[in-house]
Design a protein around this ligand. Structure first.
Ligand code: CA
Ligand code: CA
Length: 193
């Protein structure tokens, strides 16, 4: 009985850890513009997230209409999470731009935002406390130095959209394998005793 319980607990632990590390959203397509979107849950700085999306032939999501904003939030957003989007005013304070150069006209700021909280916030984020609405965050203030983010592809992605594990995640994978091997060894010894 004890042995069954141990195995169940180990399996539960491994499953939970795995899901926490690799819980990226599914890839979804918005029928109105044909674009694809996916949320990646490996936390990155806004600039690293921007580079990461570009490396996958995408860009941080640019939400240029209420329809696109709502579709993306409902399908790949996550209630209560802060998630990077592809807008910035780093070039000129208060002049917000999409990183793609698309026209900045539709906005969906949360209450009191953008406030460029001292000493400044220059990156666009889905604001955890206001579902589907935006906040200016990131550097130089950096309340959320690293968060999950959403990439947008204008055409169907060529590369597989599975996240590439970071060093920390590789550490976790190795830890899980060692934990698994350790428990097998432990159970075998118990069986012999
Ligand atoms: Ca700013
Ligand atoms: Ca703000």
């Amino acid at each position: 009985m004890n042995r069954c319980l141990s195995i169940l607990l180990i399996l539960l632990f491994v499953t939970c850890t795995w899901q926490t590390a690799f819980a990226d959203s599914a890839l979804v397509q918005y029928s109105v513009n044909g674009h694809y979107y996916q949320r990646f849950d490996t936390s990155r700085t806004w600039s690293n997230a921007r580079t990461y999306c570009e490396g996958r032939g995408a860009h941080l999501a640019t939400l240029t209409s209420q329809g696109e904003n709502d579709f993306v939030y409902q399908n790949v957003g996550q209630q209560g999470w802060n998630i990077w989007l592809g807008g910035t005013d780093e070039n000129s304070e208060g002049n917000w731009e999409w990183i793609t150069g698309e026209t900045w006209s539709y906005t969906n700021w949360g209450s009191g935002q953008p406030d460029n909280q001292s000493p400044g916030q220059d990156s666009l984020i889905f604001w955890g406390v206001a579902p589907g609405q935006w906040d200016d965050n990131g550097l130089p203030r950096g309340d959320f130095p690293e968060t999950p983010f959403i990439c947008e592809w204008e055409q169907q992605p060529l590369k597989p959209t599975t996240a590439v594990p970071t060093m920390g995640e590789w550490g976790m994978i190795i830890f899980m394998i060692l934990a698994g091997l350790g428990s097998v060894y432990y159970l075998r010894r118990q069986r012999r005793a």
